[in-house]
Design a protein. Structure first.
Length: 618
């Protein structure tokens, strides 16, 4: 479900929030306490940041439950993908110095880095595509993410681990999908151009000038003595080295993250020194250089930066997530205000506080009345219908996006976008040249375009949507629901007849075949699902999924046997379908027929998505 969550949340977080804003700092502190308590979050560090030295902080809970160490402003948290902002800052620094160009092809900047793009001659992967998530590369495969040893490895070594995930699935720049590898390659380019390790470059050009003395990328003595223990579902997590260190392994304190936020609010200035121009920061914040943004889209990824809105006010920043840690850095340049949230748990607290703090900072803003900028044109009604996502984050798990299509409805005020099942409808207002605007901010969030592969598509935020029919939209959902019900019934019935069979008194012949074959087929898929759960629950993230292990073998064997047993079940049903009613009851006969058919449909779906015999470690 990773791809579904990222795609949905990227649009959802851009929408105006509905959380009531606290009236003052005292109420805000109380609200933070309530969120921490309700979500059972071990520790939280929260700061409101202004220009100059203005800062308000609120720390809640424990950095380490076993020792009772409280969270302080100096406690160091792992901030995850907030680190991508420093990758983009570093690139823009070199761009300002004339040593890099965002339009430079990767094949020229780093020909030694392996990647595949079948459109390279006409549409090369460029540096900008690595930072705005439009390279078309697949999500990193599990094997790329497995810790390689007791010591961290270099960026170059990390990029050599599993290069075949760096295959463009569409023309670079034509669609967007969040990708962790692109910023890592960009960090390698920073190393190559600067002639120093990326972490050293960041330290020299940003951390040291900003006074961020409690920040770094490694498991240093200082980090060990100040680190918050991470808790995943209440379990303490050991430290592990991220191979994509530059894009996600930054650790920092609340004080230091506040300094970074202040730097962004001060538009690249530290004291009397201008480290980076306001134009470079604005370039990071502005979605550009994609098919969708060329068509006017304004709600999408910038360079290592995304945007959120509340009460008509647009915030910029980035969120971060690791097993046992979540973080958020957000700022609003015109207000001169921002906030930082750090947590040593991957629960929902950071998301709730994000809505709360943005509502608090935007509480005095008066959102404009976003009016239609044009009369509905003849093409608007033709947009109504169902759409599916064709820009999944992960190709392997892209099937999940197909289970959550979108519905677009046209009304007198414009169009309404909503997930087919669940989710809040979003009213969009007609904008210039056939575009549609966010009702809260007036930013263009929906455009039409012609995709080089798919033809006519919609770009809704960072998602690319292709029209689909009612059968294609509803059928997978209905099959999944019916299969789940029939599978549960089959397993419950097995609890009744299987013990009798083991005692020699169970069903035989046709009755046994029509019960056992469909149930066995369900069981092997259950084995694969159990393996996936076990692989995700390992102490060291990705260690079980990215290597040959008992859980990953359960996934491989279970997903491989399922289509085979589904086919054999069809054979069994045809063989015994005319069994006498006295031998096979009506319910057993019809239940077997339905479950055999559903198992076959699920198997065909798995085969179509390459999920049969799934090797997580490959």
């Amino acid at each position: 479900m990773i791809s579904v969550f990222l795609a949905w949340s990227a649009v959802a977080t851009a929408q105006p929030g509905s959380v009531p804003a606290p009236a003052n700092l005292a109420e805000l502190g109380q609200a933070i306490e309530q969120v921490a308590s309700r979500t059972n979050t071990p520790g939280l560090a929260v700061a409101l940041v202004g220009t100059g030295d203005e800062m308000w902080q609120y720390n809640v809970g424990m950095a380490d439950l076993a020792s009772g160490s409280p969270v302080t402003a100096e406690t160091r948290f792992r901030v995850g993908s907030v680190a991508k902002m420093l990758v983009s800052l570093s690139v823009m620094k070199l761009v300002e110095e004339g040593r890099l160009s965002l339009d430079a092809p990767l094949s020229e900047l780093a020909p030694e880095i392996e990647f595949h793009n079948r459109w390279e001659k006409q549409h090369p992967v460029r540096l900008v595509h690595l930072l705005n998530h439009s390279s078309g590369w697949d999500a990193p495969h599990f094997a790329e993410l497995v810790q390689q040893g007791a010591e961290p490895i270099s960026i170059r070594a990390a990029l050599a681990l599993h290069p075949h995930s760096r295959t463009s699935r569409w023309v670079p720049g034509s669609r967007s999908a969040y990708n962790n590898t692109g910023p890592l390659v960009a960090a390698y380019i920073v190393e190559k151009i600067s002639g120093m390790p990326f972490e050293e470059y960041v330290g020299q050009h940003f951390l040291a000038p900003l006074g961020m003395e409690d920040s770094g990328y490694f498991y240093s003595d200082h980090y060990r003595s100040h680190a918050a223990t991470l808790y995943d579902k209440g379990r303490p997590q050991p430290y592990w080295h991220l191979n994509n260190r530059a894009a996600g392994a930054l650790n920092s304190s609340l004080e230091d993250m506040a300094k970074l936020t202040r730097f962004l609010l001060d538009r690249g200035r530290v004291g009397n020194r201008q480290l980076l121009s306001p134009a470079s920061l604005e370039r990071m914040e502005t979605p550009r250089d994609t098919l969708a943004t060329n068509g006017g889209l304004e709600v999408s990824w910038g360079l290592g930066t995304t945007s959120f809105s509340n009460n008509g006010t647009v915030f910029y920043g980035h969120e971060g997530s690791l097993p046992g840690a979540r973080s958020m850095l957000a700022y609003q340049p015109d207000l001169g205000r921002g906030y930082v949230i750090l947590s040593n748990s991957n629960g929902p607290a950071v998301a709730e506080l994000h809505r709360l703090l943005s509502a608090y900072l935007a509480r005095d803003q008066q959102p404009g009345n976003i009016e239609s900028q044009r009369s509905p044109d003849a093409g608007d009604p033709t947009l109504a219908g169902l759409y599916r996502v064709i820009s999944p984050v992960s190709e392997t798990f892209g099937f999940a996006a197909q289970l959550l299509p979108w519905r677009l409805q046209v009304n007198s005020a414009g169009v309404v976008m909503a997930p087919l099942l669940g989710g809040r409808p979003r009213q969009l207002v007609p904008g210039p040249e056939g575009t549609f605007l966010q009702a809260g901010t007036g930013r263009v969030s929906l455009v039409r375009a012609r995709d080089p592969i798919a033809g006519e598509v919609l770009h809704y935020g960072p998602q690319t949507l292709e029209r689909t029919g009612p059968l294609a939209a509803w059928a997978p959902l209905l099959v999944l629901c019916l299969w789940s019900v029939c599978a549960v019934v089959a397993l419950l019935k097995a609890l009744g007849w299987l013990p009798h069979l083991l005692l020699g008194r169970g069903p035989r012949g046709a009755s046994l075949a029509l019960r056992a074959w469909p149930a066995m087929t369900v069981l092997v898929l259950g084995m694969a699902l159990a393996g996936a759960v076990l692989a995700a629950g390992g102490t060291i993230p990705f260690a079980l999924a990215g290597r040959v292990s008992v859980p990953s073998l359960l996934v491989f064997v279970g997903s491989g046997l399922f289509p085979l047993l589904a086919a054999l079940s069809v054979w069994a049903w045809f063989r015994y379908r005319h069994a006498a009613p006295a031998e096979v009851g009506r319910f057993t006969r019809w239940h077997a027929a339905v479950l055999v058919a559903l198992n076959l449909l699920v198997a065909m779906y798995m085969l179509a998505w390459g999920l049969a015999g799934l090797r997580l470690w490959a």
